[in-house]
Design a binder for this molecule. Sequence first.
Ligand SMILES: Cc1cc2nc3c(=O)[nH]c(=O)nc-3n(C[C@H](O)[C@H](O)[C@H](O)COP(=O)(O)OP(=O)(O)OC[C@H]3O[C@@H](n4cnc5c(N)ncnc54)[C@H](O)[C@@H]3O)c2cc1C
Length: 343
Amino acid sequence: MEAIKTDVLIVGAGPVGLFAAFEAGVIGLSCHIVDGLGRVGGQCIELYSDKPIYDIPAIPSCTARELVDRLMEQIRPFDVPIYLGERVQLVEQREDHRWTVRTEKGVTFDAAAILIAAGNGAFVPQRLQVPEAAELEDKAVHYSVARLADFTGREVLVAGGGDSALDWALALKDVAKRLTLVHRRNGFSAAVNSVAAMKRAVEAGEMDFVVGMIDSLDAPDGALRSVRIKHVDCTTDIAADKLVALYGLVADLGSIAQWNLDVRGGRIEVDTSNYESSRPGIFAVGDIANYPNKQKLILSGFHEASLALRKAYTYAYPGKKRVHVHSSYDAKLAERVQASAEH
Ligand SMILES: Cc1cc2nc3c(=O)[nH]c(=O)nc-3n(C[C@H](O)[C@H](O)[C@H](O)COP(=O)(O)OP(=O)(O)OC[C@H]3O[C@@H](n4cnc5c(N)ncnc54)[C@H](O)[C@@H]3O)c2cc1C
């Protein structure tokens, strides 16, 4: 597959990566964004989408989801390509000093600079801690639901007590032969409405709810037959040929840790004059950046991205002088914004 050429490759479509794409456009840099998740928004969407944020300048209050929607609207004039479900893996610097970056699925970028806005690292599902689970992954053991149809007529066990476990249990009960929700306690960290809907469905006999923890999986010939549940003083076996474990996400710096950057405590050390890492041409902004007195705040990340991209420009266009124009006087930007609003 031919490498995709870009001035800047932005790793991470959290709030900081999204704003960086806007700044890149304003400065005159082309950019592409990659994110390991299937949707944009980073922590704002994964961890607190409906919670209000009060400390974004000039927005007295908006939910985290609204902030991400506004950022997406802000970058619309630049038609930034966003590659979702793509975790960056390898990085190599070529003789001409440009970077080749490859994702786990083999998409390759050729970039003058890299801006890492990877938060705490890629979010990966918290996996089941039973030995049989690894071999059954993606066949009978799942950590997300890609297509409801894969569960039609199956005996499904959903494990977890958060929003995603309850939402998927409620959706899957309509297609599954039998649906059992298993959670370690009779209390949930999910929306009140979802908990009420689940309890109604249990009372109506549309699904089962069991308090306990997964102890082991019975899959003698590679096909899941049942799941052993440990209760306070006994165990039970529940027939199941599909298990969906939704225990939440954990952050993992993953392959970025192997990129020969100065990494301390899981974060990338940067020079605060331009947020460049120890490898010239690779920048780190947002929660993943580390420097004295770093605050993990969205507004700090916006500032960091803005400075980093000004230095990135010198790698994309060496020797070319960039004239600073305030956005309020930027005729090209005004035209783009207007054209995008009219579409
Ligand atoms: C509950 C909660 C409430 C908060 N409230 C506030 C608040 O009120 N105000 C405030 O300013 N801040 C708040 N924060 C902090 C704020 O959300 C973070 O500072 C912000 O999300 C950091 O943005 P980011 O873009 O740097 O990283 P993230 O939002 O973490 O996004 C990083 C993205 O990078 C992707 N990624 C990581 N590694 C890779 C890889 N190898 N390949 C591809 N993609 C990758 C991830 O999938 C993720 O989407 C809150 C945080 C939490 C958890």
